[in-house]
Design a protein around this ligand. Sequence first.
Ligand SMILES: Nc1ncnc2c1ncn2[C@@H]1O[C@H](COP(=O)(O)OP(=O)(O)OP(=O)(O)O)[C@@H](O)[C@H]1O
Ligand SMILES: [Mg+2]
Length: 240
Amino acid sequence: MLRLENLTCGYGQMRAVHGLDLEVPAGGVTALVGANGAGKTSTIMAVAGHVAIRSGRVLVDGQDLTRRPATARVGAGVAIVPEGRRLFPDLTVEENLIVGGYALPAARTPPNRERAFALFPRLAERRRQRAGSLSGGEQQMLAIGRALMTEPRFLMIDELSLGLMPKMVDLCYEALASLKTTGLTVLLVEQNTARVLAVADRICVLESGRAVWRGTAAEARADPRLIESYLGEREAPALP
Ligand SMILES: Nc1ncnc2c1ncn2[C@@H]1O[C@H](COP(=O)(O)OP(=O)(O)OP(=O)(O)O)[C@@H](O)[C@H]1O
Ligand SMILES: [Mg+2]
């Protein structure tokens, strides 16, 4: 689905990612993990067209999007749930969803909105509430719902669980599991090791803008040193 070839991106003179090769196979969850400042956000923002690409290529379904504007990438089926969510706080839940679907013909908005509400019934109950007055978890649900309004085939989520109450983390991961069954391909940035090991099919570990480990979640679980050095101190969960 996604192929990064020797991707280098950054801000002005600063390079945040150095020659990254990454393959995200269709129909599964790939997790991008690593310490603060490793380049996770920069990578996905470069794929979405919001961080300048200095060299290398971004291919989605074989289509070269490297030099295409962000809007063209949405048209190619790419959506992002950005770090910090970036909702419109003064718009209602429903209005945020409508804005999310703006690039598609208007007739597609109501069914897509209802799908978002079916995925997150809490949003349906709060459809006329201002986004800024939602809890952190509800805002994350809305950010996901808004991204889905573009009918993506490839969804990138930055820090799905960060700062959320455990119950909200559960709801967001249930939704992710349900989206996975629809065939959606997901690139997930997540700091919660147990969640990554449970949900991801493949894992790529970044350090200082470079990939230092790639493999399946099963391989990661079997490698305690990897978990200790790159995936935090937490113990790996027992195999299902
Ligand atoms: N807007 C910016 N301008 C300049 N440098 C930036 C900017 N955003 C990020 N950087 C730098 O790029 C590097 C990678 O940052 P990035 O945000 O991609 O890391 P990250 O892995 O997402 O970290 P975190 O876990 O803290 O979210 C860091 O050195 C960071 O300081
Ligand atoms: Mg980040």
